[in-house]
Write a protein that binds this ligand. Structure first.
Ligand SMILES: [Ca+2]
Ligand SMILES: [Ca+2]
Length: 101
């Protein structure tokens, strides 16, 4: 992990903070692919185990705050924050809604 990215991640402080540096088309495309790969049962939702795989894949690609979530092992906290309707699954809509906050 690059020192600059660590600094950026820490500067954004909270998981819900917007990350303006990571909104390119390419980044969104990779995040979409990571989502599909992490969604093992193809129900277009991520359960906690799938979500962890999704975060790890995003961290490898330096997408959003995934590196910070992985670094701190904050999967549960990130999941709870993103799961807006608390049904134990995260949809793409919930991910997008969180990004726009
Ligand atoms: Ca799934
Ligand atoms: Ca949900």
């Amino acid at each position: 992990m690059k020192p600059l990215l660590i600094a950026l991640a820490l500067a954004s402080a909270m998981l819900a903070a917007p990350c303006a540096a990571q909104t390119s088309e390419e980044t969104q495309q990779r995040a979409r692919e990571n989502f599909q790969q992490a969604d093992k049962n193809d129900d277009r939702k991520l359960n906690p185990r799938e979500f962890k795989a999704f975060i790890n894949a995003n961290a490898e690609d330096d997408i959003g705050r995934a590196s910070m979530v992985r670094r701190f092992g904050a999967y549960d906290r990130a999941f709870a924050r993103l799961d807006a309707d608390k049904d134990g699954e995260i949809t793409r809509a919930e991910l997008l809604a969180a990004r726009q906050q």
